[in-house]
Ligand binder design. Structure first.
Ligand code: TYM
Length: 335
């Protein structure tokens, strides 16, 4: 069996980028026989940015309900909350002690924060918490603890998976045995980076997201605000670099996409193009939205599902693995 693992940080309301980049492919992979899937809520990661307890809780619930509404079956896949598995945090320390600091210095998110400080004339590390710096090690522990083979993610996470391989390999090397499987990154080439309203990558940090479960009206309004060029109806439009086109492509079959590209050449007006995009997205999302709302009305059921997943996963994999790892590094067996 192939082990497939991925997570979403609980730092806000899930958006179309998370859906297309992570949730949809992960749920599809979970229906493939011979896959053992691990899907989780990265709530420890969220603390780096979201230091508002109520918001963390709310977001955890929303993202859990999203996975379930999108067809994840908690009886068939491992579905859990990162913080319910304390072995992940423990493993983070053992990996920290083999991880090269120089590698962490080169992490994109950390470097971007430093570059911003420099541009603003501040000290390099002004306002940066050590959690941001250590982020890739916690993420490596998420992946290595369950010996995942494949990690489906969006392009922005590739470097993190490479680091997980590096830390796992160093640990194996230092302690002389293949304790950890080295994970492979999986990118869906069709939808590698979904653009947001302004054409940049859809991201909570850019404030350009379309919430996955926006109401129909809200969805329509947001789609109407997607940036386009100033070509008038009747003038041919280019699909290249068009956020509108890329969003459409992420939700349509190849045949529909080809037809949409044809309409661009034939000078479809932006208003019509936006209407078609709205209909396409709404057709896919509307049934999920209903399930999502029903789930959000029963938070205690979601909570029970998460606790059960973590409980079983700890017994079956996390605790035995940590027993081996403690022995490997020369610590006492706690069991
Ligand atoms: P996060 O929460 O930022 O995003 C969750 C997933 O959604 C993908 N994604 C996108 N894909 C396409 N287009 C976009 N505009 C877009 N925006 C987000 C992300 O690539 C990701 O796959 N560090 C991770 C969470 C994490 C994790 C892990 C993932 C923690 N531990 C272990 C895999 C394995 C993150 O912050 O993703």
């Amino acid at each position: 069996t192939t082990r497939v693992l991925t997570g979403i940080t609980t730092s806000g309301t899930p958006h179309l980028g998370n859906y297309v980049g992570a949730v949809r492919p992960a749920v599809a992979a979970s229906h493939v026989q011979d896959n053992e899937s691990f899907y989780f809520l990265a709530d420890l990661h969220s603390l780096i940015k979201a230091q508002d307890p109520a918001r963390t809780q709310r977001s955890t619930l929303e993202i859990a309900a999203t996975w379930l509404a999108c067809g994840l079956d908690p009886d068939k896949v491992w579905f859990y909350r990162q913080s319910d598995i304390p072995e992940i945090t423990e493993l983070t320390w053992y990996l920290t002690c083999v991880a090269g600091k120089g590698i962490l210095n080169r992490a994109h998110a950390y470097k971007a924060a430093v570059d911003k400080n420099r541009a603003d004339g501040e000290d390099d590390d002004a306002g940066i918490n050590a959690g941001l710096f250590m982020y890739p090690v916690l993420m490596a522990a998420d992946i290595l603890i369950f010996n995942a083979h494949r990690v489906p993610v969006g392009r922005d996470q590739i470097q993190h998976i490479e680091m997980a391989r590096d830390f796992g390999q160093r640990f194996n090397h230092v302690y002389g045995r293949d304790y950890f499987t080295l994970p492979e990154v999986v990118i869906d080439e069709n939808v590698a980076t979904l653009p947001g309203l302004d054409g940049r990558k859809m991201s909570k940090s850019y404030g350009n997201t379309i919430p996955l479960f926006a109401s129909r009206d809200e969805l329509k309004k947001l789609i109407a605000s997607i940036v386009t060029d100033s070509r008038a109806p009747g003038e041919p439009k280019t699909t290249e670099g068009s956020a509108l086109f890329q969003l459409y492509q992420a939700f349509a079959s190849p045949a529909e996409t080809a037809a949409f590209a044809g309409a661009f050449v034939n000078g479809i007006g932006w208003g019509d193009a936006k209407q078609q995009l709205f209909e396409r997205i709404d057709a896919e999302v509307a049934p999920l939205r209903e399930k999502y709302q029903a789930l959000m009305a029963r938070p205690q059921d979601i909570e029970a599902v998460l606790r059960d997943g973590a409980q079983r996963l700890r017994q079956q994999y996390a605790m035995p693995l940590l027993k081996d790892v403690r022995e490997a590094v020369g610590l006492r067996d706690l069991s």
